[in-house]
Unconditional design. Structure first.
Length: 320
């Protein structure tokens, strides 16, 4: 009896198993022949799949597909090769299995880095999907959005928080670089404690306290505000301000960020928070954080000039 031992826990490169039509078809072939007879090596396995497939199989690199499955822990390179639980379940479906079933498994095994950003509030924003990847997935229409939503639902919540943190960190670094370019000596107090209620502090004749929010093309003007941040905005008055850095969709899949990935930097007009946050009453009080969407007219220029030499690690690396 073969004991299941995954080759690796996580996929080395999500791009390798993005469920393109050709890859998905090749995986289906490999699964089918693995369930028919033992396969001792990748070459033997790929040859068997090639023999059972249509003429399209001859144009697919089945060996590379098999290696990608091993890299993602979906098969174990034992002797004989052993299918993991997910692919074994596909094999059990027999002739009723569809390419969409296989695509779901591939997305779950190696979620593309943009998935956590493209899905929000139960809908898919395709602007966050790189054009090449989107073209490769269009064969899944009209079920594409549903398949992506289901894949997102399986993501680890802690991992999603890490992605959000990377986005926020990148926004803070953009503002820090702009302040340094202007000759200031900003302190990134968010690295010290969340209790400050803002992210960056610039000391001079007065103290400039800056809370930095990040956004993408479709979330511009919207942000989460914690109860502590709101309290500090009231406490410090004109010395506290909120700045939002809006990134382009390309920023979320780039290996390195620069100023070309920043669509704009905006500041919330003084007094806006007091207008949009309802006061506490005996019947209502908010705790934790709130999602705010001030009107477009509430945003103005923060008076910051981006550093043209700015660079920082890409958000994409968080999914690696």
């Amino acid at each position: 009896m073969t004991t299941w031992r995954p080759w690796s826990r996580t996929c080395k490169a999500a791009d390798d198993v993005l469920p393109r039509h050709g890859l998905t078809y090749s995986v289906l072939l490999l699964v089918r022949v693995a369930s028919l007879a033992p396969r001792r090596s990748i070459d033997e396995w790929a040859d068997a799949a090639r023999g059972h497939g249509s003429y399209l199989a001859s144009a697919i690199d089945l060996e590379a597909s098999a290696v990608s499955l091993a890299d993602c822990g979906l098969v174990s390179l034992t002797d004989p090769i052993s299918l993991g639980p997910q692919l074994a379940g596909i094999a059990d479906l027999g002739d009723t299995v569809t390419l969409q079933d296989v695509a779901r498994i591939l997305l779950a095994a190696a979620p593309p880095p943009w998935l956590r950003l493209a899905v929000s509030a139960g809908s898919v924003t395709r602007a966050y999907i790189p054009a090449e990847d989107l073209r490769a997935l269009l064969w899944l229409e009209p079920e594409l959005d549903r398949i992506l939503l289901d894949a997102y639902a399986q993501l680890d919540q802690q991992d999603q928080e890490e992605i959000r943190k990377r986005v926020g960190d990148a926004a803070e670094l953009v503002v820090l670089a702009a302040l340094q370019r202007a000759g200031h000596r900003p302190a990134r107090v968010s690295q010290i404690s969340d209790s400050y209620g803002y992210d960056i502090e610039v000391r001079g004749t007065s103290i400039d306290r800056i809370e930095v929010k990040a956004a993408g093309p479709t979330t511009r003007g919207t942000f989460h505000l914690t109860r502590n941040e709101y309290a500090k905005s009231l406490q410090h008055g004109q010395q506290w301000r909120l700045v939002q850095v809006v990134f382009s969709s390309a920023a979320f899949v780039a290996d390195e960020l620069n100023t070309s990935h920043v669509e704009g930097v905006f500041q919330l007009a003084a007094g806006t928070l007091q207008k949009v946050v309802p006061p506490d009453t005996p019947q209502f009080a908010w705790e934790g954080s709130a999602l705010l969407s001030p009107p477009d007219t509430a945003w103005c220029s923060p008076g910051l000039v981006l550093d043209p030499d700015f660079k920082c690690p890409g958000i994409r690396s968080a999914a690696g």
